[in-house]
Design a protein around this ligand. Sequence first.
Ligand SMILES: NC(=O)c1ccc[n+]([C@@H]2O[C@H](COP(=O)([O-])OP(=O)(O)OC[C@H]3O[C@@H](n4cnc5c(N)ncnc54)[C@H](O)[C@@H]3O)[C@@H](O)[C@H]2O)c1
Length: 304
Amino acid sequence: MIFGIGLANHLYTSTVARMIQTRDIKLVGIVGSGIMGSGIAEVVSRAGMDVVVCSRAEQTAHATRSAIEKSLANKLSKAKISQEQMDTAMSHVYVTSKIEDLANCDLVIESAIEDLTTKQRLFVELDKVVKLSCVLTTNTSTLPVIEMARSTNRPDKVCGIHFFNPAVIMPLVEIIRPITASDETIALANAFVATCGKDGVQVADRAGFIVNALLFPYLNNAIAMLEAGTASMEDIDTAMKGGCNFPMGPFALLDLVGLDTSVSILEALYSEFKSSNLEPRPTLRKLVEQGKLGRKSKQGFYNY
Ligand SMILES: NC(=O)c1ccc[n+]([C@@H]2O[C@H](COP(=O)([O-])OP(=O)(O)OC[C@H]3O[C@@H](n4cnc5c(N)ncnc54)[C@H](O)[C@@H]3O)[C@@H](O)[C@H]2O)c1
């Protein structure tokens, strides 16, 4: 059962004219409704495409729709969007707890936890339920996209579409091309990213792609510096903002990314590049063991 405004059938039979700029993408599926899944859904809905978010439970599916509505209402209250823009965006948002409801999607973005086995299992399931023409993509931060492509019978129609956090604000999207992807798949990904109003860059399928391969050694080294007693985390954050003109320091950024996600990213980078400064620092692991995952759990390096 798909939940949204109007009947589920509306998704497939609507005669209402829609402002869809990417001719071949009318319905986008998103698997996973965490920080990124719900942010990407808001981006897609505001770009005028229908989006159906698949959560693991019906309750979290409804919570996702409410979270998107709250985020849009917040922008409305600050006069960043109009009531009409909010209503139009919400009319594009559907949620479900059943992966079969993604059957008619033209493009699916998998955005579940950063764990290869979980993602491969989802790709196997998606490959069975979505129509043959559907392009399957992953929002992974570091994992090999080829391993997900090979879990399907359509490796030519699989690529990475890596949004940044917060998806609504960050302009960059990395388009990751595994060796199996066809030109058509990459062209469709490029068109989709452009329709979302984002700046796409193309990158080969290597751990960390561009941004995280450069960013995470720095973030891990900031924790090593804290552990060595060189400076407090507040002073390290202040130094990198004031000295490098970064909008936030490394500890605030780790909390924003999520500390569990950060461990997974570092592990994937370490397993590919084997550099000792990519091994997740003990302090990072300890915080995750304590359930302190950053902003999303209200406690990380800082309290929220
Ligand atoms: N957090 C970031 O800054 C960031 C930025 C870009 C990309 N990413 C990537 O986006 C993806 C999601 O990250 P997030 O930050 O939204 O994480 P999150 O922890 O906020 O959400 C993870 C989601 O995965 C779902 N999930 C967990 N186990 C699952 C399973 N077995 N099957 C299906 N779904 C499952 C959870 O219910 C949740 O909805 C990851 O691949 C991550 O690397 C994260």
